[in-house]
Design a protein around this ligand. Structure first.
Ligand code: FES
Length: 166
């Protein structure tokens, strides 16, 4: 089983995991920064990378998952091409933030925290985007959509859906 999971990563990818691990001599104390570096390198935490890390660190894969799932910063599937963040902070909440999130979820047929099956979009619910004067706000990749309305969502999504992958 371990071999199968590890075989999903190429030799080069496995050695990337090893290179990251060797930068942190204290394995257990460095678990979070090691996981952050793996995620920076792969865009997420691949199963094979966790198995390799377990092998190199003598920390069980279950324990690594236990730590990683505690932190919302870690993801376990490849990121979508575009990341949508819909604000649910107070300023946005009182200006239809919930309806906007619900509509995006419905149009993409996913829930916050998920990725569309075609890999185009990730959807995240966030506490505050730091631009409360623009509430309700939504961000796609780095672009802020201010004073969003349920009506505007379809055109924003179709803009990104038809964009060519880089
Ligand atoms: S509450 Fe939404 S941007 Fe601050």
């Amino acid at each position: 089983m371990l071999q199968n999971n590890m075989s999903k990563l190429t030799e080069a990818e496995l050695s990337r995991v090893k290179d990251i691990c060797t930068q942190y001599p204290a394995k257990r104390a460095s678990l979070i920064p090691v996981l952050q570096d793996i995620q920076d390198s792969f865009g997420y935490l691949p199963e094979g990378a966790i198995d390799r890390l377990s092998e190199l660190s003598d920390i069980s894969a279950n324990e690594i998952y236990g730590v990683a799932t505690f932190y919302t910063q870690f993801r376990f599937s490849p990121p979508g091409e575009h990341t949508i963040r819909v604000c649910q902070g107070t300023a946005c909440h009182v200006r239809q933030g919930v309806q906007i999130l619900n509509e995006v979820e419905q149009q993409l047929d996913i829930k916050a925290g998920e990725t569309t099956t075609d890999g185009k979009f990730d959807l995240e619910r966030v506490a505050c985007l730091g631009c409360c004067a623009l509430a309700p706000a939504m961000v796609v990749d780095d672009k802020v959509y201010a004073r969003m309305t349920v009506k505007k969502i379809a055109s924003v999504l179709s803009h990104y859906a038809t964009m060519e992958a880089e």
